[in-house]
Design a protein around this ligand. Structure first.
Ligand SMILES: *Cc1c(COP(=O)(O)O)cnc(C)c1O
Ligand SMILES: [Zn+2]
Length: 382
């Protein structure tokens, strides 16, 4: 792809809270006011160019805010299969468990590490003991294997199980275990981010601009249409905010008539956004966390929580919570249909099953499998 001029419009980092433009310093990972940055960027969609390109998320080239083709870090990710599943009625599922590192987070990691490479960055830090850490580590390894070394350090709480860290370490990332709570891990990564690029899946808007390709792919795979209802998981909300952004861009470009109604699913064991939604609050409410099978969405203080609530409300949707037996049931039901997912991914389908009876029979309903079952193999219960 090197050398192709897509004549892309400029992308500017802008604060999601106060609207201030970011200074050009790449070490500034959030606004002086504390707000997270969004990107100001106008995408373009050219269907005849899209369909002529290879089956990866980079086929939407004119809609992705990376200017230099030489900086693109790719493992051929994207255009995951869309399959029909009969749950009493047909629902459409994107198989995002099939990404190279085993979760949808490769969408965001490909864009974010490409952005870092374009900036000339050779070392990054990130905090995540789960799939985001694995995806960032994978794309740093890919960049290093394709002529631009990027050293990666992932900060995790010392209590994180060694099994979850094996994949991150295998990619060659350095795992930095921090004694104490999650807060202390956050403090440690922020100290490191003062002098090293912070490749945060939560704070860096390039990650969300990778996740927006989920919406583009659904649009293309459904025959250039949007579904009526879209059921997605929400922990930090990177996939939900990405999908909401992608559909809003398609609407503004005149490519679709309506944005889908967004149903966001949390585990009842840790549901700050479902609680806030029910209470009519604009920001996540404090919750007491209890253990859950869906550990990948158990985020007590989502930094972009207010943005998630606003996106769901603007779509006419809702944030719901599912209990542990419902997650276990959905996990088993998916596996019996040939779909082996991690329990976190099954929580989304538990939410879908909970909401289906209330949806209009004519509604076109879509959802996602976010993570692969081989991430988290548990001995069979029966
Ligand atoms: C990260 C993750 C989620 C939740 O994504 P958020 O961006 O935190 O909302 C859901 N499922 C899996 C498998 C994940 O890895
Ligand atoms: Zn601000």
């Amino acid at each position: 792809m090197a050398g192709v001029d897509h004549n892309l419009p400029a992308a500017t980092f802008v604060c999601s809270v106060c609207g201030a433009e970011a200074p050009s310093d790449p070490l500034r990972w959030r606004c002086a006011c504390g707000g997270a940055f969004d990107l100001r960027f106008t995408p373009r969609f050219a269907r005849e160019r899209i369909v002529a390109r290879a089956p990866s998320l980079w086929r939407y080239r004119e809609a992705l805010p990376i200017h230099d083709d030489g900086a693109v870090v790719t493992l051929g990710e994207g255009l995951t299969p869309l399959i029909a599943l009969d749950l009493g009625r047909t629902v459409w599922l994107k198989q995002d468990q099939l990404f190279s590192s085993g979760s949808f987070k490769d969408r965001g990691a490909s864009l974010l590490i490409s952005h870092a490479r374009a900036l000339g960055v050779h070392a990054v830090v990130e905090d995540s003991s789960g799939n985001a850490g694995a995806a960032i580590a994978a794309y740093c390894a890919r960049s290093s294997a394709t002529g631009h070394p990027i050293a990666c350090t992932i900060y995790v709480p010392a209590s994180t199980s060694p099994a979850k860290l094996a994949q991150i370490a295998a990619y060659g990332a350095h795992v930095e275990r921090v004694a104490g709570s999650r807060d202390e891990t956050a403090r440690a990564v922020r100290a490191a981010a003062a002098h090293c690029y912070y490749a945060s899946h939560v704070w860096n808007p390039c990650f969300i601009h990778g996740c927006k390709t989920f919406a583009y792919e659904l649009w293309e795979q459904m025959g250039w249409r949007a579904p009526d209802t879209l059921v997605l998981p929400v922990g930090n909300g990177t996939l939900l905010l990405g999908a909401a952004l992608g559909f809003r861009e398609l609407l503004e470009a005149g490519e679709i008539a309506r944005v889908p109604r967004l149903i966001a699913v949390q585990a009842a064991a840790c549901a700050p956004l479902a609680t806030a939604f029910s209470a009519g609050a604009a920001a996540p409410l404090p919750v007491t966390r209890t253990p859950t099978l869906a550990e990948g969405i158990a985020i007590a203080e989502p930094a972009r929580g207010a943005q998630v609530l606003a996106a769901v409300r603007a779509s006419g949707g809702q944030v719901i919570a599912v209990d542990e037996p419902a997650i276990a049931d959905a996990h088993a039901r998916l596996a019996r249909a040939g779909l082996y997912t991690e329990p976190t991914a099954a929580a989304t389908i538990a939410g879908l099953l909970q909401e289906l009876p209330g949806l209009a029979p004519t509604d076109c309903v879509a959802s996602v499998l976010t993570g692969h079952g081989l991430k988290n193999v548990q001995p069979a219960a029966h």
